[in-house]
Design a protein around this ligand. Sequence first.
Ligand code: GUN
Length: 290
Amino acid sequence: MVETRIIDGKGFAEELRKRIAGEVADFRAATGVTPGLAVVLVGEDPASAVYVRNKGKQTLEAGMASIEHKLPETVAEAELLALVNALNTDPAVHGILVQLPLPGHIDAQKVLATIDPAKDVDGFHVVNAGRLAVGLDALVPCTPLGCVMLLKHHLGSLAGARAVVVGRSNIVGKPLAQLLLREDATVTIAHSRTRDLPEECRRADILIGAVGRPEMIRGAWIKPGATVIDVGINRVEKAGGGTRLVGDVAFDEAQGIAGLITPVPGGVGPMTIACLLQNTLTAAKRLVAG
Ligand code: GUN
């Protein structure tokens, strides 16, 4: 029986936000520029509205400017592209984030491709994805960045570790695999068509759940002592009515098997916004330095 330690992502993110706030104050004092983050929300998706509200609040708390644009679900693609172009040329805006998912009549890839890569604080533009892949300086997607920060803090070097990423999304799985490779881990990307997924997972020293399926990764899939990072945030019905949040990993089953594990909520989630603030400051510094 392994003693399982819980990774405190909430506490780590708080510390990170404090450090960023200090750096923002220094940057403002040195340049007279306040880093500005523009967030664009299309439609009324309740989960997206909560994320956007939290982003706005934490941006202000870090001493940065928060610019919010809320557009109706029915907005024309051309109008959204025009807004992105206006933000691209606005000198008060250093970071642009278009909240996903977008309504079906809008081509999300086209919108992401319109964002100036220098202001792409989500790191979703193909230029940033490509730069990450070839090892150049890039704005890196926030959730994968948060995962790797937690891993390095708790494990030190990741060199040579066997990492299995379950999930191959452009937002998490693929960029996370690139970041782990940059840290010299031995990386496997597993997905819905992987043969014998449990066995693949059992090889992992670092196991990452990023599929968006509630408690899909079972305790028996975890190598004893492995570090488990749970990126999933799934709302499920509770037995007695109401709902609760669970991750992609069966957290209770992982107790006594995993060496380290992130909880849901309070694990990876809070790291995402902290990393967004970090990326906004990075973008502002590069834009101001020219
Ligand atoms: N929707 C869910 N996660 C994200 C994210 O990290 N960035 C954006 N823009 N939308 C999201």
